[in-house]
Design a protein around this ligand. Structure first.
Ligand code: HEM
Ligand code: HEM
Length: 184
């Protein structure tokens, strides 16, 4: 069980450690770290970089088709790991206030993570080699066809949500940096 879900366990442990660090900062300073100050800002920036890597790296590997870059299954594990740790850091960055565009960006982030779990569930229904190539004939053709259709339907929902998320994140980032950081 641990081996099959290693990326989920590692993400869980990483989030616990980051959460513990956050807890120590709260105890030390006796306040919630503000999103625009050093600690909260750092969480937002690192979390956002991880999310950008989640959005791009797996897709680049998927399209390159070069085995020299490593197994697709490993890249998907990284995708999931970064796709959980990044949003968790961004959540701690929010200082638990979800107004306006920044709040909407957080909501889109939560939706894409949730949608990721659904995609992962459907994805595991389609038998593949370790390199991520689909295996024909292991399932009945009818079941395989249905799983493929569901996966492609899932892609048509998941990808636009990701695009909307990054557009709103970049607008938030520009606005927050301009008004809350550079004008101070
Ligand atoms: C997907 C990524 C991100 C999400 C979901 C997010 C979300 C949020 C949320 C919910 C807030 C609190 C808004 C409020 O006070 O109501 C906030 C504030 C802030 N964020 Fe982000 N953030 C993200 C990335 C970033 C990045 C990368 C930066 C900087 C480079 C950044 C800079 C700031 C700043 C400076 C504030 C404070 C604004 C103020 O004090 O008015 N954020 N963010
Ligand atoms: C910041 C969060 C995330 C973003 C921005 C994101 C973005 C994406 C994108 C753009 C794709 C399409 C890749 C392609 O076909 O080119 C994708 C695929 C996928 N994602 Fe995520 N994702 C995130 C989190 C997650 C999480 C948390 C999971 C699982 C728990 C997950 C599971 C998957 C799966 C299974 C696929 C399909 C792989 C395939 O069809 O080859 N994602 N994601």
């Amino acid at each position: 069980m641990l081996r099959g879900n290693i990326e989920l366990w590692l993400a869980f442990v990483t989030c616990i450690l980051i959460g513990a660090g956050y807890g120590l900062v709260v105890l030390w300073t006796r306040e919630i770290p503000a999103a625009g100050e050093f600690f909260g800002h750092t969480l937002g920036i690192i979390g956002f970089i991880l999310m950008l890597m989640t959005e791009t790296l797996y897709s680049i590997r998927k399209r390159s088709r070069s085995a020299a870059l490593g197994r697709m299954s490993t890249w998907l594990k990284f995708h999931i790991y970064m796709g959980l740790v990044g949003p968790f850091m961004v959540l701690l960055h929010s200082s638990w206030k979800f107004n306006g565009l920044a709040g909407a960006t957080t909501l889109l982030t939560a939706i894409i993570v949730f949608s990721g779990f659904i995609g992962r569930y459907i994805f595991t229904r389609i038998p593949r080699t370790l390199d991520g190539l689909e295996i024909e004939g292991t399932l009945s053709q009818e079941a395989l066809k249905r799983a493929r259709q569901m996966m492609s339907l899932w892609h048509t929902v998941h990808i636009p949500i990701g695009i909307a998320l990054f557009i709103s994140a970049f607008v938030h980032l520009g606005g927050a940096l301009y008004y809350a950081t550079f004008l101070h």
